[in-house]
Design a protein. Structure first.
Length: 208
């Protein structure tokens, strides 16, 4: 039986996609496969050219055996932007199929030599950012505690220290999950009640 694999940067990406799938299934959207037919996830634990190339080469054996039907690649735009990320993926994909050309995101491309389809999607807000940037943008609960971090960031700046947008958004989401979306009782078990896995099940990251 053929499988559909999604390569993600981190476990949080996997949790987000699984929650998004649930949300779509429960809504009135028309669903085009394979969004709800992901068989397996493969995690990079951080995006680099080497990590993505290594992961694709690990999957090449299954591709050659005809076990894999579709491979999606989900990565963050970060400061590089969508076009640069697509270029990186296109460059790396040639380590397993030198003839395959991936020129844009959200499009399926057929590898004739591997008899499989490949696509990529770049998480972004206005062309840049990452998962946490997206989660901050689509938050569905008031964010009193997390929004106060702006004051902290400004204070740090007065000490000639800089908090990058990437660092700030990660911290913002962490505080949002723990304090804005958890009750006092849940906070006493924050490790299990306010972690990303529990948070995604509370509908706190996906707007209705």
């Amino acid at each position: 039986m053929s499988r559909n694999v999604l390569i993600v940067e981190s476990n949080n990406d996997r949790l987000f996609i699984e929650r998004l799938k649930q949300h779509i299934v429960q809504s009135d959207f028309d669903i085009i496969p394979p969004i709800c037919n992901i068989t397996d996830y493969q995690c990079l634990n951080g995006l680099t050219t080497a990590s993505l190339e290594r992961k694709l080469q690990e999957l090449e054996r299954d591709l050659n055996q005809g076990i894999l039907n579709k491979i999606g690649i989900l990565v963050d735009a970060d400061n590089e932007g969508i076009e640069k990320r697509v270029e990186l993926i296109n460059q790396v994909i040639k380590s397993i199929d030198s003839d395959l050309e991936i020129t844009e995101a959200n499009t399926w491309y057929k590898s004739e030599s591997l008899d499989a389809h490949f696509s990529c999607h770049i998480l972004n807000v206005n062309g840049h950012g990452e998962l946490e940037t997206l989660l901050k943008t689509i938050k569905s609960q008031p964010s009193l505690y997390a929004d106060c971090l702006e004051t902290w960031r400004n204070c740090v700046a007065t000490q000639n220290q800089k908090i990058t947008d990437k660092e700030f958004d990660k911290f913002w989401v962490s505080i949002y999950q723990r304090y804005d979306c958890c009750s006092s009782k849940e906070q006493r078990q924050a490790g299990t009640k306010c972690n990303p896995e529990a948070s995604f099940q509370k509908d706190i990251e996906v707007t209705h």
